[in-house]
Design a protein around this ligand. Structure first.
Ligand code: PMP
Length: 414
């Protein structure tokens, strides 16, 4: 491993070097340094609002929002007060705190499809619990999942094959998101053994153009699930609260039977949830699922406070305003610099891809230049906006991207 590229970030380089000796490859999964654009820090010291400081003291306006959890701003005062109150009296105890019931009531009330809720810690916990409930309820085995959709890092869904057996995935059948024919084929293949169809809020596969679900696709997923008596499972882990508070398929008029939530629901504190409909309540009650930390009070206090804050504002509208300003700014800059970009996804969870950029060299260079001008973007993964972003922040990000476009237009890569 060569750490010499990071001499301008000496603390980051030193932490990477130390980690490399005691942690396999230095870091797991999506936080692995090998996937970061040049000059990107791996280690951060602190966050406030929409700002991040890396360990070498550089400050950035953050458009990744800790990969989604930062919904309202880092260290949002109302969330932090609720956290401190709970921390002062207890987090991990012999059983749950009253926050468990308070949050469950409030969560069910706000999630449009839900009659009940169960809590976990990570998104993978939630998606896996959804699968288990669907199978327990139907007594069937097959689960349909979209090709290359990310649902977590357990053997049934991890994107890397190492350590995974064919048996781990024996009962998954793949379809293509938004492709009715492939969905029909997968349903036919499952035959009378269909337990559930899993869908993401929208198609947000890494390094690919983002796609909103078409109305026809959403209808078809609902129809197939209902006809087969299978569960429609919506993976809201990434989309939850950012597209629509009651559920991201609400604007399509389609309600899931089970829903997996995490990331933003406790504004950065570790919590996930599965919501479901009444007819799946018994199955949910009969599976055995738990974790030492799942009932911890602090994350639940943070989640209650997150609901309180989002009840008082039109969060989605704010995110859309900021997102539209960013998208329009990028469109104009790209045109001014004569560089072709493809912007996709909902504006509050945007992705910028460059034309003729199979190896992502343009995207990586663009992000590296934006970073050196104070904006933290991502070249391959959808980005995230949060409540703490203001028009002024987005203008500052656009100043950074203008310089990044300029650098790109002067390079051989354009
Ligand atoms: N589903 C989706 C759609 C996700 O984006 C993620 C995390 N990126 C997960 C599931 C897994 O969540 P976690 O990393 O918390 O296990």
């Amino acid at each position: 491993m060569n750490f010499t590229n990071f001499h301008s970030n000496p603390k980051d380089a030193s932490l990477r070097e130390r980690a490399f000796k005691v942690v396999p490859s230095g870091m797991t999964g999506h936080l692995d340094a090998s996937v970061l654009p040049e000059g990107y820090p791996q280690y951060f010291e602190r966050g406030q609002g929409c700002h991040l400081w890396d360990v070498d003291g550089r400050k950035f306006i953050d458009l990744m929002c800790s990969w989604g959890p930062n919904l309202l701003g880092y260290r949002h005062p109302i969330i932090e007060q609720a956290v401190q109150r709970q921390q002062a009296i207890g987090d991990c105890l012999n059983g749950p705190t009253p926050r468990f019931v308070e949050l469950a009531e409030q969560f069910v009330e706000r999630s449009a499809h839900a009659d009940w809720v169960m809590f976990q810690k990570n998104g993978t916990d939630a998606t896996t619990v959804c699968l288990t409930i669907a199978r327990a309820a139907t007594g069937k085995r097959k689960i349909l999942v979209a090709t290359s959709a990310y649902h977590g890092a357990d053997p049934w869904c991890t994107p890397r094959p190492a350590g995974v057996t064919a048996e781990d995935r024996a009962h998954l059948i793949y379809y293509t998101f938004n492709d009715l024919q492939s969905l029909q084929q997968a349903v036919d293949q499952a035959g009378s053994d269909l337990a559930g169809i899993m869908v993401s809020g929208f198609k947000h596969d890494m390094a690919q153009k983002l796609e909103m679900p078409t109305q026809a696709f959403a209808n078809s997923v609902r129809d197939h699930s209902s006809k087969a008596g299978a569960a429609l499972i919506l993976d809201e882990v990434r989309t939850g609260y950012r597209l629509h508070k009651g559920g991201s398929w609400e604007p399509l008029g389609i309600r899931p039977d089970l829903c997996a939530w995490s990331k933003a629901i406790a504004n950065g504190y570790a919590l996930s949830a599965v919501t479901g409909i009444d007819s799946l309540r018994d199955a949910a009650a009969h599976i055995f699922t738990t974790g030492s930390f799942w009932a911890g009070g602090v994350a639940m206090a943070a989640a209650i406070a997150t609901l309180e804050v989002t009840d008082q504002i039109d969060l989605v509208n704010h995110l859309e305003l900021m997102g539209n300003h960013f998208r329009q700014g990028i469109e104009k800059q790209a045109a001014d610099h004569g560089i072709k970009v493809n912007q996709s996804g909902p504006v509050q969870m945007p992705l910028i891809l460059f034309d003729d950029d199979k190896d992502f060299s343009k995207g990586l260079k663009f992000c590296a230049h934006a970073l050196s001008n104070g904006a933290y973007l991502h070249p391959k993964h959808n980005m995230f906006l949060c409540l703490a972003h203001t028009m002024d922040d987005i203008d500052l990000v656009l100043q950074a991207t203008d310089k990044a476009f300029q650098a790109l237009s002067q390079s051989t890569l354009r």
